[in-house]
Design a protein around this ligand. Structure first.
Ligand code: PEP
Length: 254
């Protein structure tokens, strides 16, 4: 049984004070939901404060990015060692990083390696752009992203993959449950070919892209989907809580 994961990617939102407010607005109720891994990914500057607030609870912490070097003259970067000191998870290869910060497959690969080496659990984001989807190239793009992100990695450890079609992120235009389930099934098949069937079956693969409290159930009822990476809706305590609760309920009967 794969334990579902609901991860909230706050992106570049919330001051430290606002982050504390957001956590306090859902802390107790979120903590009470079982059968789901609940992961908050606030901005770097709020990690320590959020870590302190969730101490002793079942809520887990993730970062939104890391650099791949351990330390040194890399002004402005944050190393895997620093993040491992605070977090269990780290988002790697988000499409916004690929798009706005020129992250290539090679860079993503170095980051995944660095995270696994230090014991961080990567949430590796992959997904095709709109034109790639419309050109019937989604499968090809996803296969290439898996191969380049995991090149030279013999064992992916506690990797999580988030399938995030770029056209669905922050657009309000989510994929359908069936579409996401089919692509996630292909990702699992790819992982079975790259590694083995056991690794592929144990791997948690999330859907991400305009997930809200209103469409969560459609995704969570799908057999291949093991949770969600949630952007916009993770900034609203009631929405995030509802997504987590629905996932827990659906999962009990799935
Ligand atoms: C994301 O940031 O990974 C994401 C899926 O965003 P949104 O839920 O806002 O589409």
């Amino acid at each position: 049984m794969r334990v579902p994961v609901i991860a909230g990617n706050w992106k570049m939102n919330t001051t430290v004070g606002e982050a504390i407010e957001l956590v306090n607005a859902m802390l107790r109720e979120l903590d009470a939901v079982d059968s789901v891994d609940k992961v908050l990914c606030p901005p770097f500057v709020s990690l320590s404060a959020v870590k302190e607030l969730i101490k002793g609870s079942s809520i887990k912490l993730g970062a939104q990015n890391i650099y791949f070097e351990e330390k040194g003259a890399y002004t402005g970067e944050v190393s895997p060692v620093m993040i491992a000191d605070l977090c269990e998870f780290v988002i790697i290869g988000h499409s916004e990083r690929r798009q706005y910060f020129s992250e290539t497959g090679e860079i993503v690969n170095k980051k995944v390696k660095a995270a696994l080496k230090i014991g961080l659990k990567p949430i590796l984001c992959i997904g095709e752009k709109l034109e790639e989807n419309e050109g019937g190239r989604a499968e090809e793009v996803i296969t290439e992203q898996i191969n380049s992100s995991l090149a030279g990695i013999e064992y992916p450890g506690e990797l999580i993959i988030a399938y995030e079609p770029v056209w669905a992120i922050g657009t309000g235009r989510a994929a359908t449950g069936e579409q996401a389930n089919e692509t996630i099934g292909l990702i699992r098949q790819n992982m079975a070919e790259l590694y083995d069937n056991k690794i592929a079956q144990d791997l948690r693969i999330l859907y991400g892209g305009s997930v809200t409290a209103d469409n969560t159930a459609e995704f969570m009822r799908q057999p291949e989907i093991d949770g969600a990476l949630v952007g916009g809706a993770s900034l609203k305590a009631d929405q995030f809580l509802s997504i987590v609760r629905q996932t827990s309920e659906i999962r009990q009967v799935k």
